[in-house]
Design a protein around this ligand. Structure first.
Ligand code: M6R
Length: 620
């Protein structure tokens, strides 16, 4: 999704802006641009459709001169990706320049009004109206910051906006309205930074202020001044953000996606360490921050998320039912708010969002909060918006996830939800000490077994070669493996552009079976978790229709192997019956991630930045 960068200081702004935008490439985008202002207030813009590398090539090292500037990577919403539609956008005279994340829902009437008043438009974007609104306000005598506030007052929707004007050399203004992604102001030594996301700042500073809803900042090399919606000055103290930019490096891996798949054992270990206790057995979620008396009073659980995080939430739903013995349901964040959901103060709502910035999830959280729920979130990014809305957070400890396709945060989210369900069960007295031991022992084994599962990469790459020309692939699973089947299908769709569906295996004979023929690979998750025998029947049904069966089977399960065309072996997870099966999704999802990755490689796809996708989706 769109990325924002800004710089005010004493160094040349152009290279700094490009560098910051490169740090935001993981968000996904289809055009990029910068605007730089010199000491006299002259503004020069350079922008291009396509990747940043195209813009850099076009610049040929000749950056627009000046020490104040703004930059943007755009993911098209209004108007196709083109040079004209790329941000930044200028007003009629080239005196005001704007970049923007979000959608101006009422841009058509505003544009008509501005056209009638004589403004000229050069793009198809909604954003351009902002440059003209600010231009009008400045011509009417307003300062830049007041002009921005006045413009915001005319907009519908959620926005993150950054602007400069010739009338105020050395000044950048920034505003946040609603949940169209964040705006962060970074404090350097005699220089200041603006960004949509922390990674753009972290090589320069760790001292930052996150703009609140409807707050406006006026930023110069010397510092920042903040105002609320009414224009009153508000005091904001910068906070130190703990984040490691080195972790964002690709290291020895060809792609971030592969690096992140391979990092999973470590992420899992980090996410559970110090939280799963073994002597005596227990769960410590000290950083959760949710009041105990409210946790004790919980009578049901509602979980939501989007995409991969929704699949983690589906697995989490089963944990709350089976471990904490609480009625639990799950939904897409984007559907939750349209249900007029039944929520009260004894409902525990758990949002899952690795970025903590997905707008559908943030809106669902606001809805849950309005209805009085106890609201917890599972999140990977310290200080993300979701963590600021929730009553408590279980942080994943994965480090930045850069590849657009989520992998390591799914596995860590599953572990976090497992711990949370155990914790709630313990607090409510439904999980006693013996049961805690049973539940935690297999969790302790999971990281090393996950490492074993990942060691099968070469076999999976060979299988991927057999499958890479398929046009459709069906993924089947039952129980806890149904969300895994959905996740396997999502990964394949995202990175290889092969049409894939994840189905509950029992549903297959009620329709999808009509699709099966010798050209339809079917991935059947038939590990030993209590659903295996029924999965064997489903495999037989596929074989009877000449389908090509790839089975995920527990190591040594020759019966499943004998029925399949290909087998992906999954390590056996020992533990008390039931408890180990609960954690099997951690072991079964990893081979499916590798399968999707290698199929995409054989097909020559852009694995880390698949077409049309954004890492963080900040529009509804
Ligand atoms: O940051 P979030 O976890 O809220 O993101 C949710 C989805 O956008 C995300 O999982 C998406 O589906 C990924 N591309 C999946 O690989």
């Amino acid at each position: 999704m769109c990325g924002i960068a800004g710089y005010a200081g004493t160094r040349e702004a152009g290279p700094i802006l490009i560098d910051s935008l490169q740090k935001l490439e993981y968000r996904g985008y289809d055009s990029a641009g910068i605007a730089v202002m010199d000491a006299e207030g002259r503004i020069r813009v350079a922008k291009a459709a396509g990747k940043l590398s195209g813009l850099i090539a076009r610049l040929e090292g000749a950056y627009p001169p000046g020490t104040t500037g703004i930059g943007h990577t755009r993911w098209a919403t209004h108007g196709r990706p083109s040079d004209e539609n790329a941000h930044p956008h200028l007003d009629c005279h080239g005196d005001v320049v704007v970049i923007h994340n979000g959608i101006i829902e009422n841009f058509q009437p505003l544009k008509r009004e501005l056209l009638a008043a004589g403004h000229r438009f050069v793009s198809e974007t909604d954003t351009e109206v902002l440059a003209h609104l600010i231009e009008d306000a400045i011509e009417g005598g307003a300062t830049l910051v007041d002009a921005l506030r006045a413009a915001i007052g005319r907009l519908q929707g959620a926005h993150a906006i950054v602007a400069m004007a010739r009338s105020e050399p050395g000044v950048i203004v920034a505003a946040r309205v609603g949940n169209a992604g964040g705006v962060v102001i970074g404090y350097g030594d005699g220089e200041m930074f603006v960004a949509s996301d922390l990674p753009a700042l972290l090589s320069h500073t760790r001292s930052a202020v996150f703009l609140h809803d409807r707050e406006v900042a006026r930023v110069t090399a010397e510092g920042a001044e903040f105002r609320d919606a009414e224009g009153r000055v508000v005091e904001r103290e910068p906070q130190t953000v703990p984040y490691d930019p080195v972790a964002a490096a690709k290291g020895p891996y060809k792609h971030f996606m592969l690096k992140e798949i391979m990092e999973q054992p470590e992420c899992l270990m980090d996410t559970i360490s110090g939280r799963a206790l073994f002597d005596p057995p227990g769960v410590s979620l000290d950083d959760l921050g949710a009041p105990m008396e409210r946790l004790r009073a919980v009578s049901r659980v509602v979980l939501f998320g989007m995409g991969t995080s929704m699949h983690a939430a589906m697995i989490g739903r089963a944990y709350f039912e089976r471990i904490a013995r609480l009625p639990a349901e799950v939904d897409n964040s984007s559907e939750f708010r349209y249900r007029d959901p039944v929520i009260d103060e004894n409902t525990l709502v758990v949002s899952v969002a690795q970025s903590g910035e997905t707008v559908d999830t943030l809106e669902a959280m606001h809805e849950a909060k309005r209805r009085g729920a106890l609201l917890l979130t599972v999140c990977n990014v310290p200080g993300a918006q979701s963590t600021r809305i929730a009553d408590g957070t279980v942080y994943l400890r994965c480090g930045p996830e850069i590849a657009v396709a989520s992998t390591k945060t799914l596995v860590a989210s599953v572990a976090a939800l497992y711990l949370l369900a155990c914790h709630v069960g313990i607090v409510r007295g439904t999980v006693g000490p013996d049961r805690v031991r049973e539940l935690l022992e297999p969790l302790a084994l999971a990281p090393s077994l996950l490492g074993e599962a990942l060691r099968r990469e070469r076999e999976i790459a060979a299988l991927a070669h057999r499958m890479h020309k398929a046009e459709h692939v069906l993924f089947l699973g039952r129980g806890l493996q149904y969300p895994v089947a959905m996740e396997g299908a999502l990964k394949l769709k995202e990175v290889s552009y092969i049409h894939a569906e994840g189905y509950p295996a029992g549903e297959m004979k009620h329709g999808p079976i009509a699709l099966i023929d010798e050209r339809m690979p079917v991935v059947a998750i038939a590990v030993q978790d209590g659903t295996r025998d029924k999965m064997l029947s489903n495999i037989e049904q596929v074989r009877a229709r000449d389908g090509f069966v790839i089975a995920l089977a527990t190591e040594g399960d020759e019966e499943v192997a004998s029925k399949a065309d290909e087998v992906i072996w999954v390590p056996r997870l020992r533990g008390e019956a039931g408890a180990a099966a609960l954690l099997l999704p951690i072991l079964t999802v990893a081979p499916l991630q590798l399968l999707a990755y290698h199929i995409a490689l054989w097909r020559g796809c852009d694995v880390d930045q698949p077409r049309n996708l954004a890492k963080t989706v900040t529009v509804e």
